[in-house]
Design a protein around this ligand. Sequence first.
Ligand SMILES: Cc1cc2nc3c(=O)[nH]c(=O)nc-3n(C[C@H](O)[C@H](O)[C@H](O)COP(=O)(O)OP(=O)(O)OC[C@H]3O[C@@H](n4cnc5c(N)ncnc54)[C@H](O)[C@@H]3O)c2cc1C
Length: 483
Amino acid sequence: MNTKTTKQTVSRRAFLSGCAKSLGGATAAGLGVPALLAARDAPAASPAAASGPATAAAPVAGEYDVVVCGGGPAGFVAAVAAARGGARTALVERYGFLGGMATAGLVAPISVFNLNGRRVIGGIPWEFVEKLTAIGGAALDLPRGNVTFSPEKYKLAAQRMVLDAGVTLHLHSYVTGCRRRQDDGRALTHAVIENKNGAQSLAARYFIDCTGDADLALRAGVPMQPAPENLQPASLIFMLGNVDTDAIPPNRLRHGLPGSQDTDFRAVLQELSKTQKIPLFGGPWYNSTLAKGVVLVNITRAAANMADNRDATAAECRLREHVHVFVDLLRKHVPAFRDAVLLTTATQTGIRETRRILGAHTLTGDEYLAPTDFPDTIARGCHPIDIHSGNNTRQRADRLQKPGNVPYRCLHAPGFPNLLVAGRPFSADEVASASVRVQASAMSLGQAAGAAAALCLPDNRDVSRLNIARLRETLTQSGAIFD
Ligand SMILES: Cc1cc2nc3c(=O)[nH]c(=O)nc-3n(C[C@H](O)[C@H](O)[C@H](O)COP(=O)(O)OP(=O)(O)OC[C@H]3O[C@@H](n4cnc5c(N)ncnc54)[C@H](O)[C@@H]3O)c2cc1C
């Protein structure tokens, strides 16, 4: 397999330009995004600077040891790990619930805990699956170790886990910036958030960016990876009711066994597209919510940089139109969906790929697939290298022979002493990221980052100087698996 597919051409400018535009001029100008971008993009996109309260003036709404930004799979697990490590921990989330793509994006299943029938991922991610199962919200699909789940119970289980650990939640709060220490421009002192109270700041000694899009890291001035020429597409997932779920083959609803894609309907769509205009599609894949008659459908697909607000807005509108086209086609061509009704679309279009930080180490596809035995391995992944095309209906899904390793150095950037990044935006090329981005491994990165921040606390340690042996020992004690 050729893993040297990273194309560092472009798009770097276009991609970062999109990033800076979506952040608003205040960020670009004041918080360390390269001056080139600030100068070029600020005039076109500076409403926050013009109308929002100044970042420096945001009153302090809480003082913590660790602030985790983003309550998706990586973020809520990071918060639990930090709090269990003894840190006074806050978790900031823009929605009113936790789960990120799993709940707001209706992305299912949780992939994957097993390789070749053997469990690869343990620790807090696995504990979460057990808790979700205990409330009737999850079912493990063997041998792959995908987890089918109820999105509503996912929200509940994640919330309980976080609150039980003693984490303070700041929901409905959007991370918009940060403040840095005067004497050392790169150490963060506050995360700045916006909510109905206006701008607020949260003081902390360590920060973990789990926003999926590296929002905090970008605002802090962390350099980003060159973007691939084509980002993986965005997909708006929808939920259908009144489906004859008994008529759908089990492996198409529960992804434990191969063959989850509805190749029959795919063939119909391919045939139809020869004579009429069919929106771009992927899969299609159906996912159970564990409720009879209810199915999540992953079929829509749009090439979009979801970290650019104009692109994201266009994608949301376009895909909403496409959802209704596909619902009609499903009703017409797939007997199980004949009487289906659209219950809801996801709260937001699902995002597979946006920014990734340029960390102390960038995990490459070659290293991940070898797999390289890093001295500072703190997480593993076993999902295929899963790359969807934004321009056509294809998907590259290369199975791993062995679990891949992720070193701790991919979670921090040189010179940023108290910032960790976990989940989708960790430092990797597009190949390694295409496996690690999925939920189980994203959660593992979150656990490692949360535990690391707590371990740094006693002597105010720079995150890059953490005692790795202690971190691995802490992770192993809580069930993480490294062999
Ligand atoms: C269509 C699609 C299909 C997928 N299929 C699968 C699959 O089958 N199995 C699988 O395991 N994974 C799948 N994935 C991938 C997986 O869902 C994500 O990669 C994973 O959720 C990443 O977790 P995360 O915590 O890093 O980021 P996210 O899940 O994106 O969570 C980020 C969180 O941060 C919050 N946030 C973002 N910005 C801010 C801000 N500025 N302020 C405050 N909060 C903020 C968000 O609301 C969210 O809660 C799929 C993804 C997509 C889009």
